[in-house]
Design a protein around this ligand. Sequence first.
Ligand code: PGA
Length: 269
Amino acid sequence: MQRHAVLVAVWKEKLTYNQSVNAAETVVRLTTGQEWPFAIALAPNPFSYVEVAKITSSTHIQVCSQNVLWHPEAGSYIGETTTEMLREIGCDYVIVGHSERRLHFVESNDMIASRALAAISAGIRPILCIGDTADDRAAGRSLETITAQLRAFFDRIPDQVGETDFLIAYEPVWAISTWRIEQPLPSGQEVQELHAHIRELIVEIKDRNYATRVSLLYGGSVAPENAEEYMAMTDVDGALVGGASKVPERFVETLVAARSGFQKRRVNV
Ligand code: PGA
């Protein structure tokens, strides 16, 4: 069964407006006219959303927001971005629950689920990030953390939310380039096992039919050097690419390596 596959360039706050515009133009130029077995999306800083959306609007490149406000029924929320704003620019995805939001902005599982639900209601697909920290790993509670994050999300989403209305990204915090601790990155096989475990959890919460169709992305220092290995895994449906996407040529190299991985997977399946 074919799942939605996507690789997202996550620029965080690292690129300025001018840099984002240049990077978006370069990614469009270098990827046009080629076949990609996955969607390609750019997640610029909010300051650059509009211009990046204009550059990509009539191309194959999609746009991903770095944040979204839950439904603002009561009160006002300075600094936030609403689903209405995102719909105006034709936004395709929004990242929620990223480890940096969980840590620096103290976002709870509940708040994250609310953001995801707002996006789903507006027809924008949230990419729910889940992942264990270095401390979780050292204490042997990685699976516990991931399970709690996943269950908190499924506890909140109504039954009518379909399995293709959202994506999940497993991002071990200790493997993200900015937090990287002195140990090797997980191998493709280790990521595959974790993703298979996440899928089994979804089977328990929903059912196998549903779980089989949920897209599971991977994130954590994905780069040209390892994208092929990760994307060759049958339960890895794409990636969030942070550090390696800051230079657009390097992001495109990552896409090329990922494409080789997807091609190998097709042969293996
Ligand atoms: P990284 O970031 O690729 O630099 O590790 C990924 C992320 O933060 O989503």
